[in-house]
Write a protein that binds this ligand. Structure first.
Ligand SMILES: Nc1ncnc2c1ncn2[C@@H]1O[C@H](COP(=O)(O)OP(=O)(O)OP(=O)(O)O)[C@@H](O)[C@H]1O
Length: 488
């Protein structure tokens, strides 16, 4: 089935359809917000399929980061735990470094402490232990913080913003910029939840589509939005007086810089703010481009980094199966299912088409299958992952683009129906590791089965073996005894 150029063609096609442009959020912010029919162009709901397909794959890949981030937020309901220590680089290495083990130690306003506990937070997360005292200190300190998604960054800066505003002053005091309309809404929700018992503090969304009357001045203390609209509100329309801003938050800096124009707009906003305004920047990753940007946004920063837990292949048994066609691969899969008990499996395909086909075939065989596919909206994808996580389905068939960044920890069997390759058709080792690897914490044993159906995929498999210096054993799926052995 595999033609030589399939990898490129498919990646482009999948990436195009995965783009954030295909996302729509039905919810509209209400309550504290003054949003009217917000339709930032970044949601692009009106764009035709053809328009989307015509976009260069590169752009779509970038936009996909925003979709991924949103998906992660929608499906996550608790903290990502980590045993790694935070690394701290203080602006003034001689000043004492405080870290807290409880929210009480922060001496928060009672209304905020109530909000924190109402959200079910019992104690600060790893990054919050150090970041919160720094952000709440007097005089305010600037901070650049990096840690993987789900470690509590948003909750931390929301608490800092709510702590710093003076509700008696009826003008904006905190600005928070997010890369997309949808991400801004998510952060807005956290502000609303945490500020539930502090109703004097109001929030407004600076997103395209939220039209205010010319000449009006905002009364809300917190403004959250996308960089373009935020800049216009400060600069062109003067709804906001930037000189009165005390806290500036730039969230998801890594996603932000992937979007054309956002970097410049953010820097232009930052330049309008007073010198003593507290600057806070957050990012899930810290490659050089993010770091360069961060330094332009945040002068004299304290820096906090929390390393991601390393994934390893040490506790994984890896096998490959030789086949000649996708039908044979399917048959091999059935043989495996016939021989061993698999609680839950994730099956990765290269194209949406193969994923759809395979999900159909597996259902016909009586399996409860969940399918994660590119044309689904982000909330639909989140719902599918949720159901799978709850064990409602036992098999999750997905394409790589869809599942990127998603951890489903309880899955013990991973099947690469197609091996992961990059755009140039080379082995994508990072994805391979992420699909089947385990972090030390979840050191459970796992099983990975790779389907090989051509010379090209055999070559990919060999290169993956070489890269990890780990032998991948051949499995004969016509021999039931042999399959049974791998389960022990
Ligand atoms: N101290 C805490 N105790 C318990 N849960 C928490 C705590 N802080 C945050 N959470 C919860 O953990 C999840 C992740 O937190 P949060 O969204 O703040 O992380 P993040 O690092 O900002 O991730 P992302 O970059 O994806 O937004 C959320 O569901 C949040 O409500």
């Amino acid at each position: 089935m595999a033609s030589e150029s399939w990898a490129q063609a498919v990646d482009e096609q999948e990436a195009a359809a995965e783009s954030i442009n295909s996302l729509q959020i039905k919810e509209k912010p209400e309550e504290n917000g003054t949003v009217s029919n917000a339709t930032d162009s970044s949601s692009g709901a009106a764009k035709s399929e053809a328009e989307r397909e015509a976009k260069p794959a590169d752009d779509d890949d970038k936009e996909d980061k925003a979709a991924q981030s949103l998906l992660n937020k929608l499906i996550r309901n608790n903290l990502v735990n980590t045993t790694n220590q935070v690394e701290v680089l203080q602006k003034d290495p001689n000043s004492p470094l405080y870290s807290v083990k409880s929210f009480e130690e922060l001496r928060l306003k009672p209304q905020l402490l109530q909000g924190v506990y109402a959200m079910g937070f019992n104690r600060p997360s790893k990054i919050q232990e150090t970041a919160l005292p720094m952000m709440l200190a007097e005089p305010p300190q600037n901070l650049i913080a990096q840690s993987q998604s789900g470690t509590g960054k948003t909750a931390a800066f929301v608490l800092a913003m709510l702590s710093h505003v003076d509700p008696n002053n009826k003008y904006p005091q905190c600005l928070c910029v997010s890369p997309t309309y949808e991400l801004a809404l998510q952060t807005g929700k956290v502000i609303e939840q945490m500020g539930k018992y502090y109703p004097e503090v109001k929030l407004v969304y600076a997103i395209r589509g939220n039209k205010l009357e010319r000449g009006s001045k905002l009364q809300e203390q917190i403004v959250i939005g996308t960089p373009g609209t935020m800049l216009d509100w400060c600069n062109k329309f003067r709804f906001i007086d930037p000189k009165k801003i005390r806290v500036f938050v730039l969230d998801e800096a890594d996603v932000m810089i992937a979007t054309q124009g956002h970097q410049d707009q953010s820097i232009r906003i930052q330049r309008m703010l007073p010198k003593n305004c507290q600057m806070l920047l957050f990012s899930a990753t810290f490659e050089e481009s993010v770091w360069n940007f961060a330094q332009r946004i945040v002068p004299e920063p304290n820096i906090i980094k929390l390393k991601r837990e390393e994934e390893t292949l040490d506790t994984i048994k890896q096998y490959f199966v030789l086949c000649n066609s996708r039908e044979e691969k399917f048959q091999a899969l059935c043989n495996i299912y016939g021989a061993i008990t698999i609680a839950q499996a994730m099956i990765f395909c290269h194209t949406r088409k193969t994923a759809g086909w395979l999900a159909g075939e597996l259902s016909r065989e009586g399996h409860q299958v969940a399918l994660l596919s590119g044309e689904m909206q982000v909330e639909q994808r989140a719902a599918v992952i949720d159901r799978f996580r709850d064990g409602k389905e036992k098999v999750l068939v997905t394409t790589n683009v869809c599942a990127r960044g998603i951890d489903v920890e309880q899955v013990s069997v991973v099947i690469n129906f197609d091996l992961p390759v990059d755009k140039d058709g080379n082995p994508d080792n990072e994805t391979y590791l992420h699909r089947i690897g385990r972090t030390g914490r979840f050191g459970k044993r796992g099983l990975a089965i790779n389907m090989v159906d051509s010379k090209m995929s055999m070559n990919i498999l060999n290169r993956i073996q070489e890269h990890f210096n780990k032998k991948i054993e051949r499995l004969d799926t016509d021999d039931l005894d042999e399959i049974e052995k791998i389960a022990n």
